[in-house]
Design a protein around this ligand. Sequence first.
Ligand code: NYM
Ligand code: MG
Length: 222
Amino acid sequence: MTRGAFIVVEGVDRCGKTSQTMKLVESLQQKNIKAERMAFPDRTTWTGQVISNYLADKNCKLNDQAIHLLFTANRWENVEKMKEKLSSGITLVVDRYFYSGVAFSAAKGMSIDWCLQPEIGLLKPDKVLFLRIKSDTQKSRPGFGEERYETSVMQQKVNKIYDKFSQSEDNWKIIDANSSFDEVHEDLLNNIVESVQNVANSNAPFKYLLNHCNKEDYTKNV
Ligand code: NYM
Ligand code: MG
């Protein structure tokens, strides 16, 4: 049996990742492709609960390095589960991954190299679909500003780092997320189906984030 594809959907807050990833799993299942959704941070685990409290309470004081490593630990504690699911042929549609970890911490001014180091060895996604929206669209979405990091300045910095990833990473693809939900959905779905077929046809083994070849500083001009 061939493994499932590991798909990540990235983008700034309120760009539609949550609703799209939920619908994508349904649409894939309708096409008889086994699929499950995951999200990072995974707020159900104990690290996830600390993270969730930190995000909800803007007065919560936690050192930047410490919270960065908690987000990373939250990914590491899910590695075995992800491998098991992928090995059993399930395609994982994951809402955010370490790219968000690096983008949000680097947007605070932390070093990109430092931020990436604890992520090395994690599974590397087969495809990262970057939902790119205009900042005006983002600000008009309900709920924007509720959690820590949901400020225009922070989100613009994060968006620039995603742009850098999309230029330098071979597995990234930009999706124009300013159009209607259904159009965006169709675009995402087509890309995922293509990835699932590529993984199946090539019998691809797991990929790991071994080291970062593109040593360019993503934080430049941020
Ligand atoms: N976030 C997310 C990080 O700062 N580091 C990470 O590693 C991850 C995965 O958490 N503003 C930030 C991005 C979001 C916030 O995510 C909560 P979500 O997808 O809104 O639950
Ligand atoms: Mg959010």
